[in-house]
Design a protein around this ligand. Structure first.
Ligand SMILES: C[S@@+](CC[C@H](N)C(=O)[O-])C[C@H]1O[C@@H](n2cnc3c(N)ncnc32)[C@H](O)[C@@H]1O
Length: 275
C-alpha cells in the first residue's frame, strides 16, 4: 500500500507497518526528522502541515497519524476541536487532505481522553467529519500492556474505511506483559507509587526533570529511567532514537506510539485485502 504518515514523529506507524511504501511523511520537529531519516533513510517534509497544499501530497491508499493531543488529554487544556484553537485545528488539516485525496484507509491515534472530551462531542465531530467524506468508522481503546510491553498506556485508534468497510476491531489481546521491578513517579513535587507489575505511562515532559519522571528501584536506590528503557517500554527497537539525546530524546520517546498495536491493525487490514 502507498502510505502517508502525518505528525510522524519518530515513525511509530512506520515501525508497525513494515514494508509498505511510504510516499509522503511530514513532521515539523527537527529531532523527530533526524531520527526518521537515520532509521528509514527518508527525509520527512519539514513544513507545518497547515502550509502544505493538498496537491503536494501524492496519491495514497492509507493516511495515518497520531495528531497532537494536547487539546484532548486530561492533562491538556480541554479546548477540543474548536476551529479557533491551533492544536484542535490540526484535525481539520487531516480532513482537508483526506477530502482532497480520498485514501481507502485513514488510521488515527490519540489519547484515550479524546473519547470523553467535552462529554463526547469532540469525538462526535471526528466521526461526523469522516462520515461525511464517505468513511465508515470504527475505533478501539488499546493499552500497551496487552501488546508486548509492560507500560500502562491507553490510546484510541480510529480507523476509517471508505465505503462500507469491514470489521477490524475489536482486536482481542492474547496476553498481558507484567513489569518485573518497582517504579515511582515524580510528579509536581509529589511521588506516586504504582501497583507491582505495571509501569506508568511515559510522557513528553518526563525528560525535563519536573514532572512525570519515572524512577526505577535499583537495590535500595531509585534512579531515572534511561532512554533505552523508554524504547523498550514503547515497543520500539533498541537504539531507534540514538542519534538524538537528552530531554529531547525523552520527549520524542514520550510522544511515540506502540508499533505492536499498529502491526496488529495492519495485519487485519492486509488479511482482508488478500481475500
Ligand atoms: C503525538 S506526536 C506523534 C508521534 C508519532 N506518532 C511517533 O510515533 O513518534 C505529534 C507530532 O506532530 C508534530 N506536529 C505538531 N504540530 C504540527 C504541525 N502543525 N505540522 C506538522 N507537524 C506537527 C510534532 O512535532 C509531533 O512530532
Amino acid at each position: 500500500m502507498k502510505v502517508v504518515e502525518l505528525f510522524a514523529g519518530i515513525g511509530g506507524f512506520r515501525l508497525g507497518m513494515g514494508n509498505h511504501n511510504f510516499v509522503y511523511v511530514n513532521d515539523m520537529n527537527k529531532d523527530a526528522r533526524k531520527v526518521y531519516e537515520s532509521k528509514f533513510g527518508h527525509i520527512p517534509d519539514d513544513r507545518m502541515i497547515e502550509d502544505v497544499p493538498t496537491e503536494d501530497i501524492p496519491d495514497h491508499d492509507l493516511l495515518c497519524g497520531g495528531f497532537p493531543c494536547a487539546t484532548f488529554s486530561i492533562a491538556g487544556s480541554r479546548k477540543g476541536l474548536s476551529k479557533t484553537h491551533e492544536k484542535g485545528m490540526l484535525f481539520y488539516e487531516i480532513i482537508r487532505i483526506v477530502s482532497g485525496k480520498l485514501p481507502k484507509y485513514v488510521l488515527l491515534e490519540n489519547v484515550e481522553g479524546l473519547l470523553t472530551h467535552d462529554s463526547g462531542r469532540t469525538f462526535a465531530v471526528i466521526l461526523y467529519e469522516l462520515g461525511r467524506l464517505g468513511y465508515s468508522v470504527q475505533w478501539q481503546k488499546f493499552d500497551s500492556v496487552n501488546f508486548g510491553t509492560p507500560q500502562h498506556r491507553e490510546r484510541v485508534f480510529i480507523l476509517g474505511i471508505r465505503g462500507e468497510g469491514f470489521q477490524v476491531f475489536p482486536i482481542i489481546p492474547k496476553s498481558k506483559t507484567v513489569f518485573d521491578g518497582e517504579v515511582l513517579q515524580y510528579r509536581r513535587g509529589t511521588v506516586r507509587t504504582f501497583k507491582k507489575g505495571t509501569f506508568p505511562c511515559l510522557t513528553a515532559s518526563m525528560g525535563t526533570g519536573g514532572n512525570n519522571v519515572p524512577l526505577l528501584k535499583k537495590g535500595n536506590n531509585y534512579r531515572k529511567i534511561t532512554h533505552e528503557e523508554c524504547e523498550l517500554l514503547q515497543g520500539i527497537p533498541l537504539g531507534h532514537t540514538e542519534c538524538i539525546g537528552g530531554a529531547s530524546r525523552y520527549e520524542r520517546l514520550g510522544r511515540t506510539l506502540n508499533p505492536n498495536i499498529v502491526k496488529a491493525i495492519i495485519e487485519r487490514i492486509e488479511k482482508n485485502e488478500s481475500l
